[in-house]
Design a protein around this ligand. Structure first.
Ligand code: EPU
Length: 292
């Protein structure tokens, strides 16, 4: 794997991941790579495929739980300028896959470009949000994605048009490719209105979710026509704790971690919640977060 030496200034071996996730938990990545250009990204992904090294992309680390023994592969982070730019072009906005989603949504709202206001309060990068079709009650990002450029697992670049893209509840057909950039189709509106909507959605989330605590947002997907949070709450699990992890007392679909917690504690709470909810309601909860 001599090619790794060519990226000495952008690939860090045995790199801690905890500080790069909102949970602040978990072990190290065998390598952490921050490519400086699309060409570097393609080369790293292609070489990794040849050498059969697992690759994962880390966005804002807001929907990920890294296991205590870490990840034995390459973790990509797209935080170099080649992947974080934002360009406005009338009602279209082009953004890098590593661009900050909230910053983008806020800039759009201020310019009176409507469509991304439901992203208020969602910590994510553009790529992470598109891959899982992030959203909530007021809309999902997939509604306004017009084009996605990605690098697939073999290092080939693809441009997916709106008609190639499929979005479902917290899912997309993008798979495990690396989202390099995306284009959003928004519509012009009164900036006072878009800013007001953005602020209202953000305030609503702050009031109902434990934003100041360490978590990865909602842990489980809502089962069809039901609410995971309400089921966990009705099962009496708010506050249920194992080690340093507990079901949030504010929103039952959040599992929060105190300082000193282990990823294993969060995983144990996940198992417990699943067990109790299955027992009580016959509902099998599916994870929304990614466990690495
Ligand atoms: N509820 C309870 N107890 C709780 C939490 C919720 O009874 O502890 C009830 C609420 O009163 C409400 C229902 O459950 O009647 C749904 O709750 P909420 O409005 O908070 O929405 P949610 O379905 O739990 C979804 C997304 C959130 C997103 C919010 C707001 C999922 C799994 N979650 O939450 O997304 O922020 O809507 O739009 O789809 C995330 O993806 O990480 C996330 C937090």
């Amino acid at each position: 794997m001599n090619w790794l030496n060519d990226f000495r200034d952008s690939i860090e071996p045995n790199a801690p991941l905890a500080d790069r996730t909102k949970y602040r938990l978990g072990g190290n990545a065998r390598w952490l790579a921050a490519p400086k250009s699309r060409q570097d990204l393609v080369r790293i992904v292609r070489q990794a495929a040849i050498d059969e090294i697992d690759v994962k992309t880390l966005g804002a680390g807001a929907n990920v739980l890294v296991r205590d023994d870490g990840f034995d592969g390459i973790v990509l982070r797209l935080d170099q300028p080649a992947f974080t730019s934002i360009r406005f072009d009338g009602e279209r906005v082009h953004a890098g896959g590593g661009a900050d989603l909230m910053g983008l949504a806020q800039q759009c709202a201020r310019r009176g470009l409507s469509g991304l206001e439901p992203m208020a309060g969602i910590p994510s990068t553009v790529g992470g949000a598109i891959r899982m079709n992030a959203g909530g009650r007021y809309g999902e990002i997939g509604n306004v994605v017009d084009e996605v450029c990605l690098v697939d697992r073999t290092g080939c670049a693809h441009r997916l048009a709106r008609t190639d893209l499929e979005f479902g509840y917290r899912s997309s057909n993008i798979g495990d490719g690396v989202i390099v950039s995306a284009c959003f189709a928004l519509h012009a509106c009164d900036p006072l209105r878009t800013v007001e909507t953005f602020k209202r959605i953000w305030a609503e989330k702050k009031a109902s979710q434990p934003m100041a605590e360490k978590s990865a947002g909602c842990v489980f997907k809502n089962p069809p026509a039901r609410s995971a949070g309400a089921l966990i709450d009705q099962a009496g699990l708010k506050g249920a704790a194992i080690g340093g992890a507990s079901v949030s007392t504010r929103h039952a679909n959040f599992i929060v971690a105190r300082p000193g917690a282990k990823s294993a504690d969060v995983l144990a709470v996940i198992d417990r919640v699943r067990e109790v909810v299955a027992d009580r309601f016959g509902v099998s909860l599916e994870l929304e977060i990614d466990v690495w």
